[in-house]
Design a protein around this ligand. Structure first.
Ligand code: NAD
Length: 493
């Protein structure tokens, strides 16, 4: 049941047109923003809220608050204590699941069930890393006689986190939970298109007991607040999730101060369907992997590579799945909702229209609801698509699937590895030896066999190869990225 609107945003002020307006969250206090950015609801196109338009001065204040936290109470909180706060936060998130899910659904346009799953994922991130906080042990290295050598893990300092609009809640959990578990103090700059849930989560973090300055949020435009954060001399690390183009700018900024970055960029992730596969299961998975979140998932399965001998029966199953898709506003809880805004809608429609103009065979398309004013695009399948076509080479970031055909395993691997990206892949076959071979030969951060996880669970290390980025989030691997080792050599002879 959808909570009444006034109850959705308890930490916002009401401003122009009585819409919620948020300031920045710095040092456990709300800082009024000098200027604002408007946010629209993707399902209706109507104004939804106002966000603070952060400046370099706001970023400065947030970084200073984070440093003060490290020098103060947060820096003195031991690992078990940090873990308790993270887990308390996870419980609070679950206690507010329904409200936060509606905030996320209105802001991103996604179906309410998906938004609920996203909020549960946030809780899971904080629970997982909260439990891990006091289990990061060092090493003892045998060295020369009369020496004892310990390698200990330490936080990096103030960490910067820049996130995209497609999963504002999940990104909050994915990037912040490991950094905070390791004892860093964080500054988050979420996406200007959708991040209301991050501000409501930030408010809950205060209730969970994070000391002042451990977690700070500055909202605003990428080229303003985002750029100021990445260039700030006070930060020790950047986690960036977003487009390859901005990822390059972020890495260049990080080079100024020689700080490490984790880049989670886009993908063109393939699923490979062999003749011995369970075609019904594969078709269901392929359809879900490109329509989840209206295709706006970095690890969306945006290509399917099909063995020629089963092309017709597989496409028949896939087209039936697409034809049955339900598209709607969040409360209708359909299979997919709109894309994020008019720009993204135009971008995806351009891909579809260009493909049609270029004569690519249209294999399936589901109709979109009329008259909502929302930014809907029709889920669409084209195939066979040549390997140099934009639908194979470029990330659409919408519900558009490209089908490719292969004759043998070598060709399948060549096609799978034939883009600039390498984030996730799926392999559908019952042949155990082929499963092993392909898991090794496919160049990507994750390979799913007879399943597809779009990034998978919180436990599973996730990240890219090639143009999809570098570094790992999720799993225990994420803790290594947000910490460093110190080798302590003790001579006692
Ligand atoms: P984007 O790169 O435009 O924006 C991402 C974030 O970067 C936003 O917070 C934005 O404000 C900020 N930003 C923009 N310009 C900046 C600058 N000059 N300096 C610092 N920060 C800046 O990406 P988007 O359009 O918001 O998201 C879509 C892209 O993100 C897609 O390419 C998608 O594949 C990718 N993505 C990747 C993952 C992953 O885990 N690999 C997850 C989600 C999205």
């Amino acid at each position: 049941m959808q909570p009444a609107d006034p109850d959705l945003y308890p930490h916002a002020r009401r401003w122009r047109d009585a819409l919620p307006q948020y300031g920045h969250l710095i040092g456990n206090a709300w800082h009024e923003a000098g200027d604002v950015v408007g946010v629209a609801a993707p399902a209706s196109g109507r104004p939804l809220a106002w966000l603070g338009r952060g400046t370099a001065a706001d970023v400065d204040a947030a970084v200073a608050a984070a440093h003060a936290a490290l020098a103060g109470e947060w820096g003195r909180t031991d690992a078990a204590g940090r873990g308790r706060i993270l887990q308390a936060f996870a419980r609070l998130v679950l206690a507010h699941e329904e409200r936060l899910a509606w905030v996320e659904a209105h802001d991103t346009g996604k179906p309410i069930s998906q938004a609920r799953a996203d909020i549960r994922a946030v809780a899971r991130y904080f629970q997982f890393y909260g439990e891990a906080a006091d289990k990061v042990h060092g090493e003892v290295i045998p060295y020369l006689n009369d020496y004892s050598v310990a390698v200990v893990r330490e936080p990096l300092g103030v960490t910067a986190h820049i996130t995209p609009w497609n999963y504002p809640a999940q990104m909050f959990g994915r990037t912040l939970a490991p950094a905070l578990a390791m004892g860093n103090a964080a500054v988050l700059k979420p996406a200007e298109e959708a991040c209301l849930v991050c501000l409501e989560l930030g408010a809950l973090a205060l209730q969970a007991g994070f000391p002042a300055g451990a977690l700070n949020i500055v909202t605003g435009l990428g080229e303003e607040a985002g750029a100021a954060l990445t260039r700030h001399p006070g930060i020790a690390f950047i986690s960036f999730t977003g487009s390859p183009e901005v990822g390059r700018l972020v890495q260049e900024a990080a080079a100024i101060h020689h700080i490490p970055v984790v880049l989670e960029l886009g993908g063109k992730s393939p699923q490979l369907v062999f003749p011995d596969a369970d075609l019904d299961a594969a078709a269901a998975s392929v359809c879900g992997a490109i329509t989840q979140n209206a295709g706006q998932t970095c690890s969306a399965g945006s290509r399917v590579l099909v063995a020629r001998s089963i092309y017709a029966p597989f496409i028949e199953r896939l087209a039936a799945r697409f034809a049955a898709l339900r598209i709607g506003v969040p409360g209708e809880d359909a299979d997919l909702g709109p894309v994020i805004n008019a720009t993204q809608q135009r971008r995806v429609l351009d891909f579809i229209e260009n493909a049609q103009r270029g004569g690519l065979p249209l294999l399936a398309q589901a109709p979109v609801p009329a008259g909502t004013g929302g930014f809907f695009v029709p889920p669409t399948v084209f195939g066979p698509v040549p390997s140099d076509d934009p639908l194979v080479c470029r990330e659409v970031f919408g519900p558009v699937l490209a089908v490719q055909v292969f004759d043998d395993e070598d060709e399948a691997v060549a096609l799978a590895n034939g883009t600039e990206f390498g984030l996730v892949a799926g392999v559908w076959t019952r042949d155990g030896a082929r499963q092993q071979r392909l898991a090794r030969r496919i160049v990507s951060g994750q390979v799913f066999i007879n399943c597809y996880g779009a990034g998978g669970g919180v436990e599973l290390p996730f990240g890219g190869t090639k143009r999809s980025g570098h570094g790992r989030e999720k799993g225990l691997a994420a803790l290594d990225e947000v910490s460093t080792t110190k080798t302590v050599v003790h001579y006692y002879g």
